[in-house]
Design a protein around this ligand. Structure first.
Ligand SMILES: N[C@@H](CCOP(=O)(O)O)C(=O)O
Length: 502
């Protein structure tokens, strides 16, 4: 068996990709990583000849070596055959002197669909006949709905989503709470995203709960902490580069920059994996919102989450513990798992850690980081719409502002990742381009007016979500998440007669 994966916190761990996907999260609280990722690169010239599906198969074959060719082919085809409204899956659009990589053409209008249409298909090949898995997901708005949609009604799989009560947009909430399916569960928690993510991680490592669930039921994750969610995102970096080569914007081998708005650091880490696998990238420009822990880290080398938590107009990035940053530290420290364990223990004990000068320098070599305030996000949406007729969502707009700052230093061709449809964040977008309706409580009407004014189509799933009955109204304390999970495992796997209204 190929046991290519280890833990960021203990290099004596050896697991296959299938085992890592099934577990989602390491027993030592670390994340699964593929050591020496840069040692065996992909052939860029070959990749440039492929369509999206075939690039996906090539990347997966490299990073998930214990999946058979048939398993990978079937998973990719099932994931992407009919679910996206663009043949390109993730099309690149030219705007001004930069390119926008639109990642919101999937069934829930967010980039999370790219990973979460594929992860459930991979999971089918991971579970043996009598295995059952409950997928636990912490969301600040986008991952939740994409995970619910991906895992809905799949045999032997259940999906439980926790979101911060009052901490997501009205439409994000509606998307999640109207989800059908007999195996879907959604609970708002009294707390923020970091509380949800921290408690989900604690639940994964709760031995008493594992004993109660027994051998046949395991828990796993649909967040980017799971390599099966993260690796599919590597694909669109290669595909975007190919699109630029094909439309003559760059020549094969030229370097590009990517700007990535991010909270949990998964999306931009997937880009770094693409670079390690041979994609010619000069810089990754990382954009946060006012929860600017990462931006401060890039200046000081100190990751310090002891600060107020802000609810911003870009709620999916309202995150102060960027889980995947741990994976970057692993690679940038020379895969020093003892060092990573020490840093993460410091974070747990005191809410902060300081990296060495060498590690900070190594990170700054590939990454630049900045942040955007709510006012800057609003101005960016307005300016780009007025000047270029292109409508951005608030997260993409946060990226735009930081990208413009960085472009003063470097004129390498730039690709800005657009992470979600503007129609998921109608209030913030209307404030920028439809100010007369910004205060309206009628979000559906504002959505329609936004579409009329900007001559852009409302994605089907977001237009129809208003007609669906609300099925999930549970609100719980964060301290009750574990008992909630236990009860949902019982219902989903052992009591098929239960009403699916939760
Ligand atoms: N931004 C996310 C938060 C979780 O991030 P993930 O990429 O690790 O799933 C969200 O919208 O839920």
């Amino acid at each position: 068996m190929n046991t290519n994966y280890t833990s960021t916190r203990d290099n004596s761990v050896h697991l296959s990709a299938k085992q890592a996907i099934k577990k989602g999260f390491a027993d030592d609280k670390g994340l699964f990583v593929y050591p020496e990722l840069g040692q065996n690169q992909l052939n860029l010239n070959e990749i440039l000849k492929l369509n999206y599906h075939d690039i996906a198969k090539t990347v997966l074959a490299k990073l998930l070596p214990d999946f058979s060719k048939e398993e990978i082919d079937e998973s990719v085809e099932q994931a992407y055959r009919n679910s996206f409204d663009s043949d390109k899956i993730t099309p690149v659009v030219d705007v001004d002197n930069f390119h926008v990589l639109e990642l919101f053409h999937g069934p829930t209008s967010a980039f999370k669909d790219v990973g979460l249409q594929l992860l459930p298909q991979l999971m089918k090949h991971v579970l043996t006949d009598d295995n059952k898995v409950m997928i636990l997901t912490a969301t600040s708005g986008d991952t939740g709905k994409a995970a619910l949609e991906g895992f809905k009604d799949l045999p032997n799989m259940g999906i439980t989503v926790f979101y911060p009560d009052g901490g997501v947009s009205k439409i994000q909430k509606l998307q999640m709470t109207t989800t059908g399916g007999s195996n879907t569960r959604v609970a708002a928690i009294r707390g923020n995203f970091d509380d949800a993510q921290t408690n989900v991680k604690l639940i994964f490592n709760d031995q008493k709960l594992k004993d109660q669930l027994g051998d046949k039921v395991s828990l796993s994750s649909a967040n980017s902490i799971n390599i099966g969610r993260l690796i599919p995102q590597v694909v669109y970096y290669f595909d975007a580069y190919k699109q630029l080569v094909n439309n003559g914007a760059i020549k094969a081998g030229d370097k590009v920059n990517f700007t990535v708005p991010t909270g949990n650091f998964g999306d931009v880490l997937a880009g770094y994996y693409a670079k390690l696998l041979g994609l010619p990238v000069n810089k990754f420009v990382v954009a946060s919102n006012e929860n600017n822990v990462l931006a401060n880290f890039f200046e000081t080398g100190v990751y310090d989450r002891n600060r107020p938590f802000f609810q911003t107009v870009a709620p999916s990035m309202d995150i102060q513990i960027s889980s995947n940053f741990e994976r970057l530290l692993y690679y940038k420290s020379g895969e020093d798992t003892a060092y990573i364990k020490q840093l993460m223990d410091d974070l747990e004990d005191s809410g902060k850690y300081r990296v060495s000068k060498d590690v900070l320098k190594a990170i700054q070599k590939d990454f630049y980081c900045g942040y955007s305030t709510d006012d800057e996000i609003e101005a960016a949406i307005r300016d780009v719409y007025n000047q270029n007729g292109y409508l951005m969502d608030p997260h993409t707009a946060a990226g735009y502002k930081v990208m413009r700052d960085y472009q003063k230093l470097d004129d390498t061709p730039m690709i800005l990742l657009s992470t979600a449809s503007p129609y998921k964040f109608v209030k913030a977008v209307a404030t920028a381009v439809l100010p007369e309706e910004a205060d309206s409580d009628n979000v559906l009407q504002t959505m329609k007016d936004l579409s009329t004014k900007t001559k852009t189509a409302i994605p089907d799933n977001l237009a129809k979500v208003w007609e669906l009955p609300v099925r999930h109204e549970t609100v719980i304390d964060k301290s009750d998440m574990e008992s909630y999970v236990k009860a949902q495992v019982e219902e989903v796997f052992y009591d098929k007669d239960q009403s699916s209204s939760h």
